[in-house]
Ligand binder design. Structure first.
Ligand SMILES: [Zn+2]
Length: 417
């Protein structure tokens, strides 16, 4: 049983690590063989030394010397086989598996109206997690005070001391300037301009902090653990108070030269002068952001429609609500279709507040992609609902923390079963 559990956790660990190459060997052939062994272990979970030889085609001496090096580096470990079929001469066989990476990290995810904190082993395994809603959007400094206080509660709940955490990854709802670390758009979070959220949080908690756009984290979360697990090229669309996309290309987050990649919310889709909060007109976000959709569906003079009520109406198959979600999907698909031509992703994952809408939204996106993307790109892409819900960002932040701790997420990691 122990062997089995170790193998599972090691395999999950490998999802976050892949080219585990703290010290790249000087010999390129040896490095290639090392990668081959690690990738085989990632696919199979646990293997005997001779099974490793058979599946990689490497000689016994090569395997043996590579394993010695990997054991010394803490990258693999030995476990006993529990499967009787693997017993040789009455003794349980020794299996080699990937070792979980060491260390702990925390993730903080801000929305306009919430802060969520999770503390995890970088294996990764969430040890404790809490979410606190905001009644009203907070100024940057107030929100960061609240996150620091929440971290101070959640770290002991995980059974850890602050000093045991190597890093914190912080998700904020907007793109960040890679040069200054400041949020690029003051429009999205008016109280956050001219502050560097990573520096501010680090000052409060005394642990190194990295800040990241929340749509990027959602993309990484769904690609590492959710709907798009195993896929290397993924477009994640987050529809919430605003709308944005995160891009995972070749298994890695793509931020773009100035941190703007994936900002599909301000692509112009209308020429009728519909104002957008960015100051421009006719933006996708002006048409399909959640508050706008709710306002559009509220009858004149009637009580304001809430999101839970809208979701109920969609689930009940109420035609107006279903049609509105399908139409929102089509609007989004109009902007995602050229992305499919340009990036040729394997999946478009719909997340954020409209993720739970499910089929009508997915159908709309699908229709527009089929209509407007090139046939080869449209046929290659699957349109999926996110499976991580409102935890996609915080789990993506933990994936990024593991990556930053030296465990690179590569296409082969994401392709692991
Ligand atoms: Zn706009």
């Amino acid at each position: 049983m122990l062997g089995k559990i170790t193998a599972i956790s090691a395999k999950r660990a490998y999802d976050l690590r892949v080219s585990t190459t703290p010290a790249v060997s000087a010999d390129p052939l040896r490095e290639l063989n090392r990668q081959r062994v690690l990738e085989q272990l990632s696919r199979s979970g646990a293997l005997t030394q001779s099974e490793l030889g058979r599946t990689t085609g490497l000689s016994r001496t090569t395997i043996s010397s590579i394993l010695t090096e990997l054991r010394d580096g803490g990258l693999v470990e030995d476990v006993r086989a529990e499967d009787p079929g693997r017993r040789g001469r009455g003794r349980p066989a020794t299996l080699v598996t990937l070792a979980p990476p060491p260390g702990y990290a925390a993730a903080v995810d801000f929305g306009q109206r919430h802060v969520r904190v999770a503390v995890a082993a970088l294996a990764p395994r969430v040890l404790a997690e809490r979410v606190e809603p905001f009644d009203t959007p907070r100024s940057g400094r107030d929100a960061l005070d609240e996150a620091a206080a929440l971290l101070a509660r959640v770290i002991p709940e995980a059974g850890l001391e602050r000093e045991q955490l190597s890093r914190v990854v912080l998700g904020v709802p907007g793109p960040l300037d890679p040069a200054t670390g400041n949020l690029l758009s003051g429009v999205i979070l008016p109280g956050w301009t001219r502050i560097d959220p990573a520096v501010e949080l680090q000052r409060r908690i005394g642990i190194p902090v990295t800040a990241e756009n929340d749509a990027n984290l959602g993309a990484l979360g769904e690609a590492a653990f959710g709907a798009a697990k195993g896929l290397g090229d993924v477009v994640y669309v987050k529809v919430a108070t605003g709308i944005g996309a995160g891009l995972v290309l070749g298994g890695r987050l793509h931020r773009g030269t100035s941190g703007i990649a994936g900002e599909i919310g301000h692509v112009q889709v209308r020429t009728d002068g519909l104002p957008c909060r960015c100051g421009s007109t006719g933006c996708l976000e002006a048409v399909v952001r959640v508050p706008q959709l709710l306002a559009d569906l509220t009858p004149p003079g009637g009580p304001a429609l809430t999101l839970p009520r809208l979701l109920e109406r969609v689930r009940a198959g109420e035609p107006t609500a279903v049609a509105a979600m399908r139409s929102a999907g089509r609007e989004i698909g109009r902007v995602v279709a050229p992305l499919c031509n340009a990036l040729n992703p394997a999946a478009v994952v719909m997340g954020g507040l409209l993720g739970p809408v499910g089929q009508p939204l997915l159908d709309g996106v699908r229709e527009s992609i089929d209509e407007h993307a090139q046939q080869g790109a449209a046929e290659a892409v699957t349109v999926l609902a996110g499976t991580l819900g409102d935890r996609a960002e915080v789990l993506g932040a933990l994936a990024l923390a593991a990556q930053e701790a030296g465990h690179r997420i590569g296409p082969s990691a994401l392709a692991a079963p």
